[in-house]
Design a protein around this ligand. Sequence first.
Ligand SMILES: NC(=O)c1ccc[n+]([C@@H]2O[C@H](COP(=O)([O-])OP(=O)(O)OC[C@H]3O[C@@H](n4cnc5c(N)ncnc54)[C@H](O)[C@@H]3O)[C@@H](O)[C@H]2O)c1
Length: 353
Amino acid sequence: MSKTYLVTGGAGFIGSNFIHYLLKKHQDILLVNVDKLTYAGNLENLASVMDDKRHVFAQADICDKDAMEKLFDLYDFDYVVNFAAESHVDRSIKDPDVFARTNVMGTVNLLNLAKKHWLIGEDTYKPGVKFQQVSTDEVYGALGSEGFFTETTPLSPHSPYSASKASADLFVQAYGDTYKLPLNITRCSNNYGPYQFPEKLIPLMINNCLTKKQLPVYGDGMQVRDWLYVEDHCRAIDLVLSKGRPGEVYNVGGHNERPNVFIVKSIIDYVHDSIDPSVSEALIKHVVDRKGHDRRYGIDPQKIKDELGWEPETMFEDGIKLTIRWYLEHREWMEHVTSGSYQKYYEQMYANR
Ligand SMILES: NC(=O)c1ccc[n+]([C@@H]2O[C@H](COP(=O)([O-])OP(=O)(O)OC[C@H]3O[C@@H](n4cnc5c(N)ncnc54)[C@H](O)[C@@H]3O)[C@@H](O)[C@H]2O)c1
């Protein structure tokens, strides 16, 4: 049956991958993509689907009550998938306010609108609706060398970014508990793949290797993250939306724990062997560690496997090759992002219509 989705933050990294994934997978859908187009929003990520009738783009701020209300009035949404966020930890350390505004208040605004538009009686909602909050393993805090985060691990965020995401998660849970709003929260590990803004580790290192710039590594580089190929994440969100038990949290992890410096060396090795033999570990430059840098994150994704049959399909060794090749084949995309000209894309596109 046809579904109408509100996808927020759909011009960002994971949101745009999710839109491509859904349009390929489902024929009979309507995706309304709301994005403020901050520095992280890039409509070039969606160039191939901007003329697809199943995808409607609206530039708006999820905190803007009137603008968002108009969209809820105009479309009869079945699903809200909330990707929109300020997402970069380093930026949150410099300027936490915008993280509180978008990540917390923006989420509360969407929850209020979903509740208002979906409620059909006392604690009863239009059949089949679901609010899905896309969250992060960073809300759980840091791990030592042993153990994994499960869905019942207490929230213990350390950075302003993770604190804002944890706050949003608590509001989402509260709307489930208090108003019985049908919802899920997914908490995933570090994503990588096409269309990621090159302030994040993997695209930054690929771009710097290809342009032979230094490769800045925080501290000793032994911070461990679990890496999830973005398409695996999109598949998990799609599955949780349609089959997840309302009110539940699902952890989504890649079974791919690696120290950051290992990631950097893997990229160097691939570029050295396949593209440019002059690229070597001499490009690595250890820089002062990030404040409050969590040492290890590790996800236990057993619940989503047991309940919904989801497992990561792309192991890191394959995913990193796919990712490097994608950035190689999309040098123009990278050039537009690093030069800043991607921000003109929207104006040019609409001027030409
Ligand atoms: N990238 C990861 O590894 C990762 C891991 C775990 C969780 N997440 C979560 O997944 C979601 C998407 O992450 P991402 O990496 O794609 O982020 P991103 O920074 O690439 O994209 C965020 C998008 O949200 C938009 N946006 C920002 N503020 C907005 C506002 N006020 N109103 C409307 N749109 C706004 C931006 O323009 C951008 O397009 C975020 O909620 C993030 O917390 C990301």
